[in-house]
Design a protein around this ligand. Structure first.
Ligand SMILES: Nc1ncnc2c1ncn2[C@@H]1O[C@H](COP(=O)(O)OP(=O)(O)O)[C@@H](O)[C@H]1O
Ligand SMILES: [Mg+2]
Length: 337
């Protein structure tokens, strides 16, 4: 078993938000609700779920940019909340993030050279002072040429180039963990593939660990060693990646066994090898939108076509249902149904 690099241990994060624009009343939004998850060294863990389910919150909490309201985040076995200054600095160096829109995270008044030099300076990673050379190497790792890029400003670049610049900056600290939060969602499809391939190459070359967040299931299938599925702040399923959309060569059956994951999958068009048409995995009626607020049972029960009485009454336990396969569900679906 690979070393566990990061673990989330019963992590919850609750936001108090106004009920309406003019309302003084607040309600609690459980952006993360008792999440247990481990990231293994050298793996790419894909995290999927609909918009608003808590993926970015999970990213921020994992990096210590926000503290959980309860539970613990551990990096190499140590709670990041109890790091001293030196440890925190080392953690900031080892764990980096890349964003959906790198533009908003690049300082518009700094040249690309200045932007990438900054983390090198802060962490003292260029003791000989040869910043030009180091920045040039980093840009080239991200597939950019120094001459074309270093002395220009962020607004001069396209989305794909900016993502490469963001990546060069992330690589500057020689990280072990990279959290990529929807890194390709803002890009054209042709550019998406380039960035994904670059990320995969870097992962292999440098032995990086990724938490790869996306709502795009085919991309998650393509990159992930394991896949975690989230709904309303809760983990619903965790399973091996690879062929998780379609399990095996010919059939349309999927490895996913949680009704929510199947529901997500049902919205993904898959090419049908036997015809020239695109076919959906299976069509399942889902009613309602899921009522907000606390319910005693499973968060997905109000929308679940397979819900039975217990689902509305009791929160399902997170349990192992097969090798490397976990789900929070009272009655996981059969493998091939
Ligand atoms: N800073 C915040 N203040 C209040 N509510 C927030 C904040 N950040 C996120 N939320 C809420 O938490 C939930 C999860 O958000 P987020 O983590 O951004 O989801 P995702 O990245 O999956 O789209 C959403 O309901 C969102 O509105
Ligand atoms: Mg998000």
């Amino acid at each position: 078993m690979k070393e566990i690099l990061v673990s989330l241990d019963h992590v919850s994060r609750i936001y108090q938000v106004r009920e309406g624009f003019f309302s003084a009343r607040k309600k609690a939004v459980r952006a993360l609700d008792n999440v247990n998850l481990e990231l293994r060294r050298d793996e790419i863990l894909g995290l999927v779920g609909e918009s608003g389910c808590g993926k970015s919150t999970l990213a921020r909490v994992t990096l210590g940019l926000e503290s959980p309201d309860s539970g613990h985040v551990k990096f190499q076995g140590r709670d990041i909340a109890s790091q001293d200054r030196v440890q925190r600095r080392a953690f900031r160096q080892k764990a980096q993030m890349i964003f959906q829109d790198p533009f908003s995270s690049l300082n518009p008044r700094k040249t690309i050279f200045q932007t990438i030099r900054e983390p090198l300076r802060i962490h003292g990673l260029c003791p000989d002072g040869r910043y030009r050379e180091r920045v040039s190497q980093l840009l080239s790792s991200a597939g950019l040429s120094d001459i074309d890029v270093a002395d220009r400003y962020p607004h001069e670049f396209s989305g794909g180039q900016r993502q490469r610049i963001g990546l060069a900056r992330a690589l500057a600290t020689d990280p072990e963990l990279i959290i990529a939060d929807e890194p390709t969602s803002a890009l054209d499809v042709s550019i998406q593939a380039q960035i994904i391939n670059l990320l995969l190459d870097l992962q292999e070359e440098r032995g990086l660990t990724y938490l790869f967040i996306s709502h795009d299931l085919p991309i998650i299938q393509f990159v992930s060693h394991r896949v975690a599925v989230m709904y309303r702040g809760q983990l619903m399923e965790l399973m091996p990646g690879g062929n998780f959309l379609s399990h095996g060569g010919n059939g349309q059956a999927t490895r996913a066994r949680h009704p929510y994951t199947r529901y997500l999958l049902s919205a993904v068009p898959l090419p049908d090898p036997d015809s020239r048409h695109v076919k959906r995995i299976e069509t399942r009626e889902i009613s309602g939108t899921g009522l907000p607020g606390e319910s005693a049972g499973c968060a997905f029960a109000p929308r679940c076509p397979d819900a039975v009485e217990i689902c509305r009454k009791e929160r399902p336990q997170w349990q192992q249902i097969a090798d490397e396969h976990f789900a929070a569900c009272h009655s996981p679906l059969e493998q091939n149904s």
